[in-house]
Design a protein around this ligand. Structure first.
Ligand code: ADP
Ligand code: MG
Length: 476
């Protein structure tokens, strides 16, 4: 059947969105695909439609139960035959899903990546090969990404046994480095590359150089206007988030990883319902939050990477209405990042250095341990062993492996250099006078965009910037 007809008949959409048709065509023809489009652009359709067009069962690998459940519910509502296998389901449900898969009655099977480590599971899948394999949130495979998941890393090893199905890797955040990593790790065969849609027409991006002590007042003034709410404010620390939230008052709340799950859930719910109009969050907020009418996103400090920044400002204006993003920064922000880098990449004799080597992140050992899926005892033993040898690394499967000092140093230095380059690029973005939207699109390597100036940012349209109204009274 024609792909257009299938789009109408199965999904009830009148048209493809930009780029969807070309992607669907490539995947339907059996080509491997790497698809990089921003959140909300409609990536799911790009594996779902080809899956239906090709017939058979599509195997979908997804990192979060919530994402799996959401997609499965949507497809089921469309009358499609779907099953999931994840840790939130009973053994019986999982067994039934396997039976249905082997009977060939499923159109979609969703699994978590760690399922591949369950003995005999990959063999079971290989008995009846899928017609298409989709790897959602594929940036999780790359240790250069900020959501690195060790279980994604091992996927590549299992894919050959499930071939010849085409593999389609989807993500919203992949710089050229991460893109290359995805292609290599998954052994994609001459993949069709689609890197599109990073231009957001309704966002007015603003960057304001402002000393730290003045930033809270700026934010309070900005969010006084009802037209600028609902809003998400990203703060650099839990303490900063708490402080600003209490300055903002009753319709604002803080959201960070230090709060108990109940409080976090309540903040999220009240923000979605409109009871709360401003959330002041650390990076922990936003995954899976789908609030369409966020009018303003403020960063009260320089983020650590352009990828994180883009992802966060992307939560503004999902409904297509004009929205504003404001980044507050100064040279002091660079100093803050340098401080964290020094802390996380200390002298080689310390344990924390071992942890830093392995995470390549502003992460402390416990987070590393969780990422490696190790229990405390195994991890402690591993670290002890490493420390006693003076030089070693833990590979991503979680096995301890000692290596020569050189290898270790190389990995460590590469990680540190990578972090530094991310911060450099973020600082360069803030300091370079250029259309903000164009700078972002160039950063992501969008090949199809004409790179026209956006017309709304503080560079294209300085007279509309909020900083003018703020500066005027205080400079008297
Ligand atoms: P992504 O994975 O890129 O973040 P999704 O695949 O979840 O985005 O899609 C976002 C929304 O867009 C979904 O509600 C989906 O139904 C809708 N959508 C996708 N393609 C189309 C289309 N061609 N026409 C209308 N709506 C679409
Ligand atoms: Mg998606």
């Amino acid at each position: 059947m024609d792909l257009n007809q299938l789009l109408h008949k199965t999904f009830g959409f009148p048209n493809f969105r930009a780029n969807q048709e070309a992607v669907c065509r490539a995947a339907t023809e059996g080509r491997d695909v790497l698809l990089v489009m921003p959140t909300g652009a409609g990536k799911s359709l790009c594996y779902q439609l080809p899956a239906i067009a090709r017939g058979g069962t599509a195997l979908v690998i997804s990192p979060l139960i919530a994402l799996m459940d959401d997609q499965a519910a949507k497809l089921t509502a469309l009358g499609l035959r779907v099953a999931r296998i994840h840790s939130g389901l009973s053994r019986d449900e999982a067994r039934q899903a396997c039976r249905d898969y082997l009977d060939g009655t499923l159109q979609f099977l969703f699994i978590a990546p760690e399922r591949m480590r369950v003995p005999n599971f990959p063999e079971m899948l290989a008995k009846r090969k899928p017609a298409l394999i989709a790897i959602d949130e594929a940036h999780c495979i790359s240790q250069w990404g900020h959501d690195f998941r060790p279980d994604y890393r091992t996927l590549g090893a299992y894919l050959p046994s499930l071939r010849p199905a085409p593999v389609i890797a989807l993500t919203a955040t992949a710089t050229p480095t991460v893109q290359k990593d995805i292609v290599t790790q998954l052994q994609l065969a001459q993949p069709a590359l689609f890197i599109h849609g990073f231009r957001r027409h309704n966002l007015a991006i603003e960057v304001v150089e402002l000393s730290k002590p003045r930033r809270n007042q700026f934010t309070v003034d900005l969010l006084k206007s009802p037209a600028n709410r609902p809003a998400i404010v990203y703060a650099p620390s839990r303490k900063a988030a708490e402080e600003l939230a209490s300055t903002l008052g009753g319709n604002a709340a803080a959201y960070h990883a230090g709060l108990d799950p109940g409080t976090r859930e309540r903040v999220q719910r009240h923000f979605l319902s409109g009871k709360l109009e401003v959330v002041v969050a650390t990076i922990a907020f936003g995954m899976g939050i789908d609030k369409a009418d966020v009018r303003t996103v403020v960063h009260t400090a320089l983020p650590g990477s352009v990828e994180a920044y883009y992802q966060e400002i992307g939560r503004a204006g999902r409904d297509g209405q004009p929205s504003r993003t404001v980044l507050l920064h100064s040279f002091a922000d660079r100093k803050m990042h340098d401080f964290f880098l020094d802390r996380d990449y200390p002298a080689p004799t310390e344990l924390s250095r071992v942890a830093a080597v392995l995470t390549g992140d502003y992460q402390m050992p416990d987070i590393l341990r969780q990422r490696l899926h190790m229990d405390v005892e195994t991890f402690d033993k591993a670290v002890e062993k490493l420390a006693s040898q003076g030089a070693a690394s833990i590979n991503i499967e979680g096995n301890v492996r000692s290596t020569g000092h050189t290898t270790w140093r190389t990995g460590y230095d590469a990680q540190l250099a990578f972090r530094r380059s991310q911060i450099d690029r973020m600082a360069a973005f803030a300091e370079t006078p250029q259309c903000r939207m164009t700078a972002l699109i160039q950063h992501f390597g969008d090949t199809a965009d004409g790179l026209r100036p956006c017309g709304h940012c503080d560079f294209c349209s300085p007279e509309r910037a909020t900083a003018q109204t703020f500066r005027a009274p205080s400079s008297q």
